[in-house]
Design a protein around this ligand. Structure first.
Ligand code: NAD
Length: 472
């Protein structure tokens, strides 16, 4: 993708704006924002027809202030050193904001997934993992890749399997990647985690009565409208959770084009049709645009919330000056250019920045990693005990009051939390606390959400240096 300003430079423009709010020792801001290392890998792939192709991939380690480093891997035709460096930096900042104890990393493989067979993709993922292993760039205590565009549970199980085979009995080796299928050491709730985190973040934002009034919106989710770019893992799950709270999906932008229907689109039917090889444009709507590039115009369609969940640098100055949404919810990484963001701010649009809003993925990845290191399912030790304890309390209340509870209610309350319950609750706690930290900082420094979130992160990373006696 051709960026007006390189993506990493854009992230650093945001960084500089936030760093000005802090009084950091000379040189420290420079150290925090620089990317520690970027590895460029090239390796051969034997195609199914016997021909040999050289595949290029990257792995960037942005910050080692916490280890292991952590960040997704994407399969994309736009992958580059600049892109992985920028995305690794965003990982450092989002982990710091959400108190997820990892440094930031990101990986990418330059290819168009649709043009390769399953067997070819498996060979690519396994060889990429082997190349990372050779350089000590993967492992539960050094670097833990996860899902991103084009990489899901299947690809991650190939990676885990390859690493475990090479790790020769290393304890907790399954924690070398997150986003694995459950049978391979995954955690319940990881697949939908980023979309659920996006939902929690938006829910918290629209609950702020004064902020919503200032935006000209009613508080709460019920009745709000959303336009979504990218109906993939993040976009689809976010749509599901938002719709369950009364939000109407009025516009969808995808690779093949964009569709708008003021009465709402059946996004489940659209996703199912696309999964089966069909197109968004087979559905009815009041406005339709053919072509992914042309479809970007859909970002300016009328709605309350604009939810980009596909690529970076989509909200350019031209788009930003015509966005009709009052809230831009950055589910994707880096969807708004630095200048686009300035225009949105001038126009009074509220941005929920990527480094906060899509951090649900890495949060639940952290839980998966903990599960792999401890070799025990969340809730296994205490579920039955805590359920029985609640049952005993209910019976004691019955005895004291002489009134019996409805047995159905007693049965429901006497069940302890399952892994899925605990993961969801841990994710909600993390997103709500991240939101509060960001909003409190925005008020303290009288600034916007992105600068506030970044300033909180930078401050935490700076403290981790000074706590170790570096840059006192
Ligand atoms: P995905 O591959 O599952 O989905 C991406 C979707 O975007 C696909 O449906 C694709 O067809 C669509 N798309 C691609 N090009 C498009 C275009 N030009 N116009 C409109 N749509 C287009 O990927 P994902 O995991 O959902 O990731 C989406 C974004 O969220 C990325 O920016 C990623 O870095 C970010 N993210 C993902 C996770 C995660 O856990 N998966 C976590 C944090 C952030």
């Amino acid at each position: 993708m051709s960026h007006p300003i390189p993506f990493f430079q854009q992230v650093n423009l945001h960084f500089d704006r936030a760093a000005r709010l802090l009084e950091l020792p000379a040189g420290l801001a420079e150290q925090i924002k620089s990317c520690n290392a970027v590895y460029h890998l090239s390796f051969p792939l034997q195609r199914d027809d016997g021909s040999i192709e050289v595949v290029h991939g990257w792995r960037a380690h942005h910050s080692l202030h916490r280890q292991p480093v952590k960040g997704g891997i994407r399969l994309s035709l736009h992958a580059s050193e600049d892109e992985v460096s920028a995305l690794a930096a965003l990982m450092s900042y989002k982990c710091a904001l959400l108190d997820v104890p990892f440094g930031g990393a990101k990986g990418a493989i330059l290819l168009d997934k649709a043009k390769y067979s399953d067997g070819e993709l498996e060979r690519v993922m396994r060889r990429y993992t082997y190349e990372l292993t050779l350089r000590n760039c993967i492992g539960p205590s050094v670097d833990v890749p996860g899902p991103d565009m084009g990489v899901g549970p299947r690809e991650l199980s190939w990676m885990a399997d390859t690493y475990i085979a090479l790790a020769r009995g290393e304890r907790g080796a399954a924690g070398c990647v997150t986003g694995k299928p459950l049978s391979q050491g995954g955690v319940r709730g990881r697949v939908e985690a980023t979309g659920l985190g996006v939902y929690f973040g938006i829910r918290e934002a629209v609950a702020e009565v004064d902020t919503m009034r200032a935006l000209g919106l009613a508080p709460g989710l019920d009745g709000k409208t959303v336009v979504i770019q990218g109906l993939g893992n993040v976009g689809l799950h976010a749509a599901r959770f938002l719709a369950a709270d009364g939000v109407r999906v009025v516009g969808i932008l995808e690779r093949e084009g964009a569709l708008y229907a003021s009465g709402g689109l059946d996004f489940e039917a659209i996703a199912a049709r696309r999964d089966a090889g069909g197109s968004l444009l087979e559905f009815d709507g009041e406005i339709r645009i053919e072509g992914g590039r042309e479809g970007v115009e859909g970002l300016t369609w009328p709605c309350d919330i604009l939810l980009p969940a596909a690529l970076e640098n989509m909200i350019t100055p031209d788009i930003a000056s015509r966005v009709q949404a009052r809230i831009v919810a950055e589910a994707a990484n880096g969807p708004t250019t630095a200048q686009g963001g300035e225009i949105l701010r001038e126009r009074g649009v509220m941005i929920l920045p990527d480094m906060f809003l899509n951090a649900g993925g890495v949060t639940v990845s952290y839980f998966e990693w903990l599960k792999n290191l401890s070799h025990v399912r969340f809730g296994r030790m205490e579920r039955r005990f805590s359920g029985a304890s609640t049952g005993r309390v209910l019976r004691a209340v019955e005895e004291l009051t002489g009134n019996a509870f409805d047995p159905v209610v007693v049965e429901r309350l006497s069940v302890g939390a399952s892994e899925a319950d605990l993961v969801r609750s841990g994710l909600e706690e993390t997103m709500v606390s991240g939101f509060q930290q960001m909003r409190e900082a925005a008020r303290r420094w009288n600034t916007d959400n992105r600068a506030a979130a970044l300033a909180v992160s930078i401050q935490k990373i700076a403290e981790s240096y000074s706590e170790r006696g570096i840059f006192p």
